[in-house]
Write a protein that binds this ligand. Structure first.
Ligand code: DWN
Ligand code: SAH
Length: 414
């Protein structure tokens, strides 16, 4: 452990080509969703996981890009609907879009990163013209079972032209926890320009840089999260590609996120809420690269406390399991050098992950039934962003004397 210091060549911003100042370096890390069969252990691809902030546009971004088809492919295991809270979150937003933006009989909505149809399923049910676009065949198959129209593809300029030819302009283009996963935003934004109706809106939501920094939620830094968006950096980015940020809403999902509303210049009036968030970011120093250079020290303290606790529990012979085989857990498990000798298994409800080993740390992923048969003494809550949902669902664990270990914003036993 100990943040690696690389004397790598200074990086330049993927968006504006200005110099990028490194803020954290986790060294060599595996692909975060590379849950592998036991027989494949050892044949994993690694990359340098480091993040920096652009001196020109304040965009926080990875310093090394993992090829998109290494991360997203037929077997991509993440399924959005494993969280009932997220199902409700997207159902509510789908209704809001249907009431406010998709009021025309033939209005089209396109969802980039549609996964298992978590947003489009209610729209399909309501008869709204829609199209999902997702790079992972398995996820698309799950969405089609819900009656969602979706295509297996990476959204970029070429895909957008194909969709525009076949479907016509989109009134709404939506994307959740995907836009920040795409390094080639120039091509994606050119695609948005091709596909979006003149008075249409591009709405996307992603975890928020402000919350990641405030809560030392460093495990949100991993291969899929190429960008960590802030309001200021998103506003500069969309302007560069000929659009205007007109609203930004803080939303309480995934540990803190922001929903961004983007339109063609002059098409919609920027809201007061947007101006407030921009001002708040400036006051918090989120726009100033020098304010982020201390993040690495915060990370080191959390990791030292986390490993210290797990070392003590292991010496005492305590039983420790994990809960939620999240993508983000790859960063903390591998950066802290954890494996089955610390965490016996990780419980997860996702069929596609069960029976597999976590990338790098090779901790077995077990079905939820194992968690209460018998309960471990301690459970590391890797899915901390779903804490309310999980602690309510698993209240019997605590009632039986079990204790949760959390590490965001700091290491605690609850
Ligand atoms: O940004 C991303 C988000 C949207 O989803 C993607 N890059 C990939 C993925 O990230 P993640 O894996 O960190 O997401 P979650 O939603 O924090 O993953 C939760 C995991 O925990 C899933 O594997 C499902 C599992 N789970 C469970 O076993 N029991 C979740 C809940 C709510 C539960 O009760
Ligand atoms: N929107 C869902 C899923 C987010 S996970 C949610 O918020 O829960 C990210 C998804 O984006 C994955 O299903 C992945 O396959 C998909 N993806 C990644 N890059 C993509 C691209 N360029 N075009 C379309 N889908 C992409």
């Amino acid at each position: 452990m100990g943040l690696d210091r690389h004397d790598a060549q200074p990086s330049s911003c993927r968006i504006c080509a200005s110099p990028v100042v490194e803020i954290v370096d986790f060294g060599s890390q595996p692909v975060s969703n590379g849950f592998l069969r036991p027989e494949d252990a050892g044949s994993e691809s690694y990359f340098r996981l480091a993040a920096g902030v652009c001196e020109g546009c304040a965009m926080v971004q990875l310093l090394e890009e993992v090829p998109r088809d290494t991360m997203f492919h037929e077997g991509y295991p993440y399924r959005s609907s494993e969280s009932s809270v997220m199902v409700k979150h997207f159902e509510q937003f789908a209704r809001r879009l249907m009431e406010t933006e998709l009021t025309g009989a033939d209005d089209l909505v396109v969802d980039i990163g549609s996964n298992d149809g978590i947003l489009l399923a209610p729209m399909a049910e309501a008869g709204v013209r829609h199209l999902g676009v997702d790079a992972s065949q398995g996820a698309v198959a799950a969405s089609r079972e819900k009656g969602v129209r979706a295509r297996v593809d990476f959204f970029d300029e070429d895909t957008a032209q194909d969709i525009a030819r076949a479907e016509g302009p989109a009134r709404v283009i939506f994307s959740a926890n995907t836009f920040s996963h795409i390094a080639y935003l120039d091509s994606v934004m050119a695609g948005i320009d091709t596909l979006l109706a003149d008075d249409g809106v591009f709405v996307f939501e992603d975890r928020y840089l402000g919350d990641i920094i405030a809560n030392t939620a460093f495990d949100q830094i991993y291969d899929e999260h190429f960008y960590l968006f802030g309001v200021h950096s998103v506003s500069a980015m969309v302007r560069r590609y000929g659009f205007e940020l007109v609203d930004a809403e803080r939303i309480a999902v995934h540990g803190g996120a922001v929903r961004y509303w983007v339109a063609r210049p002059g098409a919609r009036r920027p809201t007061a809420g947007l101006a407030e968030l921009v001002a708040e970011e400036s006051e918090r120093g989120l726009v100033d690269p020098s304010s982020l250079t201390g993040f690495g020290q915060q990370v080191e303290k959390v990791c030292a406390d986390f490993v210290g606790l797990l070392d003590r529990l292991r010496e005492e012979g305590r039983s420790v399991a994990g809960y939620g085989a999240t993508s983000k857990s790859a960063t903390i498990i591998n950066y802290c050098g954890l494996g089955p000798s610390y965490i016996r298994y990780i419980s997860d409800t996702t069929k596609e992950k069960q029976g597999r080993l976590t990338p790098g740390g090779h901790i077995p992923v077990a079905p939820r039934e194992c968690f209460s048969d018998p309960y471990p003494e301690y459970a590391v809550l890797f899915a901390w962003n779903h804490a309310d949902e999980i602690l309510a669902k698993e209240k019997e664990f605590r009632e039986n004397g079990g204790r949760w270990i959390v590490y965001v914003p700091e290491v605690r036993v609850i």
